[in-house]
Each structure stands twice: as C-alpha cells, then as structure tokens.
Ligand binder design. Structure first.
Ligand SMILES: O=P(O)(O)O[C@@H]1[C@@H](OP(=O)(O)O)[C@H](OP(=O)(O)O)[C@H](O)[C@H](OP(=O)(O)O)[C@H]1OP(=O)(O)O
Ligand SMILES: Nc1ncnc2c1ncn2[C@@H]1O[C@H](COP(=O)(O)OP(=O)(O)OP(=O)(O)O)[C@@H](O)[C@H]1O
Length: 462
C-alpha cells in the first residue's frame, strides 16, 4: 500500500521505541507507524537494499498473521500492514523525533533509506468516547515458567527464574541502576495475591517491562517520564474516586482492575493452563510471601491473555541447553546442503505450512533434520512470546446502577511486538544464558542461614 505522497511530519509525534523499531503516532488518527532501526556502526545489520527491508517487513506481518495470531488468538493480535512512505517525509521525521529519543537507545538509527514502515492501530488511543481519557497499560511480562530439570546443567535454573537471574546481570552491566523485584512467575501464577505483588513491583521499578499511557501519552515507565509512585497515584485518582480516594485505595483498585483484565476469559469453564507446570511456577527469588506461594495454584485461564502467552512460551520445551544439539544438527545440515534452507523454511515464508510443521512435530526425536528444524522453530516462536508486550486498555464506565464501591472499567487486551526471532538468535541466547547464570552464581551468597536454627541452644557452664 502506498500512503499518499503528501505525508506531513508535523502530524506525527515520537511515541516510543524498543531495541529494533521506532514508533511514531498520528496527532489525530488512531494510527502508529513502526519503522525499523539498525546499528549506526554495524553496517552488516543494516538492510542492504530497499527490497530486503520490504521483505523483512512483509515477513513480520506474515509471521504475526499466520503463526502468532493462530497461536495466541486473533482477538489479541493486530498485525498491521506494510506501507511505503515518501523518503523526504521519513528523513524529516527522523530529524523531528531525534531529540525525543532516550539517549540509551541512540546507538541505533532509524531506517531512512527504504521508506518501509508498518502501519498499525494506535493501541494507546482507542476511539471510544469517555469522560476521562482511557488508561492503557503496557506490560512486557517475559518468561513465566522454570525450565524442566531434565534439560538444564545448573540446578539454579530450576529454582530461580530467568528474569530474576537476569536482574543481577543487568544491574552489574549498567543497563539498569536498580534491581526490579518483579517476578514473571508471580504474574503468570493465576493467583490474585501473587499477581498483585508482581504488578506493584512493576509500578515501583518499571524498567522496560511496564508503561502507563493516559490519553495516548506515556505518563509512567519511560525513563524520562518516570513519576514517583505518589504523583502517579495523583494522576490515577480521578479514575478511582468512587473509593475514598486515598492513595492506598487508588493503588489497590488500579491493580485489581489490571488483574481482572489479565485473567479475563471468554471461555466458560476454562480449565486453566496444564498441570505439567506444577513445581515450575514458583521462583525462589520472588519476595512474595511464602504464605501465597504455598496456597493451591489457581489455574491461569487458558483463554486469558496471559494463559495464551504462557502456552506459546511453553513451546520452548527443552530450554536453550536441550535445544542446542538440535540447533547444531540444523546448522551442520545447512552447511552441507545450503539450498535446503528454503525448502526447510528456515527464514520463512511464514505461512500455514510453516505453522503446520511446527505443530505436527513428533514427540520423540527420530533423528531427522525435519524434527530438529521443527524444534528450533518452536523455540524461536516461544522466544517471540517471551519478548512480546501486552497492552491493556481500561475504559472508564459510569456504572451508576452498579452501586459497587469499585471504579468500573471496560477492558480489552492486545499483544504487540510479535516479530520473528532470527535463526542465529539461538547462538546469542546460548551465550546470554551462560553469562546470566554465571553472573547470578558468582554473586550468590548461598542460602542464608535460618533465622532460628533448630536445636542450636548453647549452654555455657556458669
Ligand atoms: O534476550 P533478552 O531476554 O534480554 O531479551 C531482549 C530484550 O531485553 P530485555 O531482557 O527484555 O531487557 C530487548 O529489550 P530491550 O532492548 O532491553 O528493551 C529486546 O526486546 C530483544 O529483542 P530483539 O533482539 O530486539 O528482537 C530481546 O532479545 P531476544 O528476545 O531476541 O533474546
Ligand atoms: N500498535 C501500537 N500502538 C501503540 N503503541 C505502540 C504500538 N506498537 C508499539 N508501540 C509502542 O512502541 C514501543 C516500541 O515498540 P516495539 O515493542 O514493537 O519495539 P521493538 O523495538 O520491536 O521492541 P523490542 O525492544 O522488544 O525489540 C512499545 O513499547 C509501545 O510502547
């Protein structure tokens, strides 16, 4: 699709960015443009030609439409469409947005050469008329389970979740100043109290896992837009005034509404995500009270946004360590038979056949190349689900007849950033896994001695 030639950069504002793309939003229409970025120093990462960039964008849309949407549910996924922008518009836009960009993201530059972009609905400005602007909450939940013990070499990986281990490495390497106490396993637990604590920790230390938008503008979570919790609560107060308006109640009600929306499911009698996760949903690093951790696990509704994401994350059944021999089998095979790359759909096309092969992968390794490829593809899809974000839209309702004390909201959820992870990302994951675990074990002071050790009364003769 060609957007009209007369695109005006004054009608688009900087909206946000991640590691791979930069997003601008239209001042009136509920639309965003997502443009690719690449490292200014690393010419190899820069798409070589305009055609290649367009192919990459089409691949993103195909992967989202044909692979992630059937797996996650089409009500959650908006794949958007590839558009061709006038180059002069893109150049002016890149100049305009530059001073809004956070310094720590400026190691990459926006692609100004191809004119390729993804046009998507702006999920932070739903077009629903309300007395208060809608609140949108973006959560990047990360991996919600522990790997199975049979595939990992370090015991710690079966006790402390990846996100919590990664925190130490991120703080040590200077990515973040402070550790976040958020634990994804609490968020994915389905237990309301654990979810409450997970969200409270996200609010306190959002890092890149949490943002709040009010009327389309980020008010909390961006490094530059970081409010103290008390001034955030001031901004949220108008939405929760039916309680007594005290900060504690505002925070409590806000989190409860978020928990409701994350657990909401259309399916009646939804029996919850499989039991095979028993014992792999509690992280020893979580500060959640052991009282909550010990309570019977409440099943996460399968059809809820979190349930859907968790099921796709679970396609990583072997952990990076168990996957590695299969990845090597694929790499060796491609080394000997490079032309097989396209038959095996290593880099796409991401069509129905790709999804079918991935879903029909036999349970046992039959030694074939097809088995190895399917497991690697399952892992890559799981990686996408471990790195995606949820956008929850909360639209305030006036529920006079409801008579309840709590603020009333209609909510909906979408899932964003569903790009395919590259095949060689497996190697990067392996190196990172090693670094994260080593950094965690290096700093680990070991189990702390019990506060009241049993039978350690020392009786001194007097
Ligand atoms: O590897 P991880 O777990 O650190 O995840 C990366 C993210 O870091 P995080 O830990 O969430 O701060 C990272 O996020 P940030 O740049 O840190 O905001 C990206 O999402 C990266 O994905 P991609 O390579 O851009 O496709 C993510 O990489 P992959 O998902 O490709 O591994
Ligand atoms: N459709 C959308 N509507 C509103 N905001 C969006 C939309 N898509 C992206 N954003 C905003 O732009 C930010 C960056 O987008 P996105 O997460 O897709 O970037 P990325 O570079 O692919 O991320 P990553 O770092 O995970 O690779 C998001 O965190 C979100 O705040």
């Amino acid at each position: 699709m060609d957007l009209v030639d007369k695109m005006d950069e004054n009608e688009w504002n900087y909206h946000g960015e991640g590691n791979k793309s930069l997003v601008v939003s239209h001042v009136q229409m509920s639309r965003v443009l997502r443009l690719l970025k690449y490292s200014s120093e690393d010419a190899e990462n820069a798409p070589q030609t305009t055609e290649e960039t367009f192919r990459q964008m089409e691949n993103i849309v195909d992967f989202s439409n044909n692979v992630m949407s059937p797996l996650l549910g089409d009500k959650f996924v908006h794949s958007g469409e590839v558009v061709k922008l006038p180059l002069e518009f893109v150049r002016q836009l890149s100049i305009k947005v530059q001073h809004h960009r956070p310094a720590w993201r400026c190691d990459k530059v926006m692609d100004i050469y191809s004119g390729a972009a993804l046009c998507l609905p702006n999920l932070t400005t739903p077009s629903i008329p309300t007395h208060n602007p809608p609140l949108c909450v973006e959560i990047k939940p990360k991996c919600g389970f522990l790997p199975s013990p049979e595939h990992v070499s370090k015991d710690i990986k079966t006790k402390v979740c990846r996100h919590c281990m990664h925190q130490r490495y991120k703080v040590a390497s200077g990515k973040w100043k402070r550790k976040s106490l958020y634990c994804p396993l609490d968020l994915f637990s389905g237990n309301r109290q654990r979810m409450y604590f997970a969200i409270k920790h996200l609010i306190e230390e959002p890092q890149n896992n949490f943002k709040i938008f009010k009327g389309g503008k980020c008010i909390h979570g961006d490094r530059d837009e970081m409010l103290s919790v008390s001034s955030l609560l001031q901004k949220l107060r108008p939405y929760f005034s039916c309680g007594n308006g005290r900060s504690k109640t505002v925070l409590h009600d806000f989190i409860q509404v978020l928990v409701d929306s994350l657990l909401s499911s259309d399916e009646e009698g939804d029996e919850g995500v499989e039991r095979r996760l028993e014992g792999r949903m509690v992280c020893e690093a979580s500060l959640c009270s052991t009282e909550f951790l010990r309570t019977d696990p409440q099943p996460l509704p399968r059809d809820s946004v979190l349930g859907r994401i968790l099921q796709v994350q679970l396609l990583d059944s072997l952990d990076i360590e168990g996957l590695l021999p299969l990845y090597r089998r694929v790499e060796q095979y491609l080394h000997h038979f490079p032309k097989e790359r396209s038959r095996l759909q290593i880099d796409g096309p991401y069509d129905k056949a790709f999804l079918e092969k991935l879903q029909k992968c036999p349970a046992e390794d039959d030694g074939s190349i097809e088995y190895a490829v399917a497991k690697v593809q399952q892992y890559r899809v799981a990686m996408t689900a471990k790195d995606c974000s949820i956008m929850v839209t909360l639209v305030p309702r006036r529920d006079e007849e409801d008579g309840s004390e709590r603020a009333a909201f209609s909510f909906s959820a979408s899932i964003l950033d569903l790009d395919p992870k590259p095949q060689d990302g497996v190697r990067r994951q392996q190196r990172l896994d090693h670094r994260v675990v080593s950094a965690y074990l290096r700093d680990d002071p070991g189990p702390s001695p019990p506060l009241y050790p049993e039978c350690t009364l020392l009786i001194h003769p007097v």
